[in-house]
Design a protein around this ligand. Structure first.
Ligand code: B1M
Length: 212
């Protein structure tokens, strides 16, 4: 449908007011909320993720696109329950204990939200206990750990150990990322996945949850 392609294009070019106008237009045309979400907002963020991965887009373009996506989401969210739209899965994200860097984590959060996940953003300087509570209390299916310092990436290991010691490791997938983190570190500490950037994080989480 033409209007859904226009919603996606508005997101790709980061036009917030245009996105809002088109989402309202799509609703007035009686297009299903699910289609506006999947073929409009999510389709747009998908292209943004690919362009970011290919270095066609940089951080500012992604942030502007995410702002447009969030504006569209704000209109749709109150309609989700009545339309039977369920988030793909609940995911808790945070920057590990001792670490205050959150720009990358926020990008990952936006891309995952744009892909249809419900995000619990735990913020920065997140203790292993808080990550664990996101699983036991909020029933997160995935936890995402971000670290930007060689000193704090060690707290990824501590967090995984804490999950193990509290008997919840088997009930959650753990994905890690951040500039100093590597696949071999993920293997070493027993994480389920490692993502080098925000777009790969979406693909890796979907893969871990067997979502195509
Ligand atoms: Co800090 N800092 N910083 N810093 N900082 C770095 C990381 C550093 C490399 C700079 C340097 O020395 N060249 C260095 C770390 C050295 C090291 O450990 N090897 C450093 C240092 C030392 C420090 C302080 C210790 C400085 C000091 O006080 N002496 C201090 C530590 C504070 C603390 O955390 N306790 C500190 C503080 C700060 C600021 C507060 C000033 C600020 C953070 C602001 C904020 O985040 N709100 C800051 C910044 C901005 C940086 C640099 C310049 C930029 C980081 C960034 O945002 N990159 C950084 C140097 C650099 O990288 N050029 C530096 C952009 C962002 C989009 O990329 O975060 O890598 P990134 O995220 C990517 C991927 O890594 C991945 O996807 C993202 C998008 O593609 N990714 C994930 C990230 N998390 C993921 C999670 C996933 C999957 C993918 O799954 C869950």
């Amino acid at each position: 449908m033409q209007v859904l392609q226009e919603v996606a294009n508005a997101i790709i070019s980061g036009k917030m007011a245009e996105t809002e106008k088109l989402v309202h237009q799509a609703l007035e045309s009686k297009i299903h909320v699910k289609d506006i979400l999947n073929q409009g907002l999510i389709a747009g963020m998908d292209v943004v993720g690919k362009k970011f991965k290919n270095n066609e887009f940089y951080v500012p373009e992604v942030l502007i696109a995410a702002r447009a996506m969030k504006a569209g989401m704000k209109i749709l969210k109150p309609l989700f329950a009545a339309s039977g739209v369920e988030p793909i899965a609940k995911l808790a994200l945070g920057t590990v204990k001792g670490d205050l860097h959150d720009i990358g984590k926020n990008l990952v959060s936006m891309m995952l939200e744009g892909a249809g996940f419900e995000i619990i953003d735990l913020g920065v300087d997140v203790t292993p206990e808080k990550f664990c509570a996101a699983v036991t209390e909020n029933k997160a299916k995935v936890i995402g750990l971000s670290a930007l310092l060689t000193t704090t990436m060690l707290n990824m290991k501590t967090t995984i150990e804490h999950l193990k010691n509290n008997g919840v490791r088997e009930s959650v997938k753990v994905v890690i990322g951040g500039a100093p983190v590597t696949q071999s570190y993920a293997d070493e500490i027993g994480a389920d996945g490692y993502a080098a950037d925000a777009a790969s994080a979406v693909a890796i989480v979907k893969n871990l949850l067997s979502i195509n």
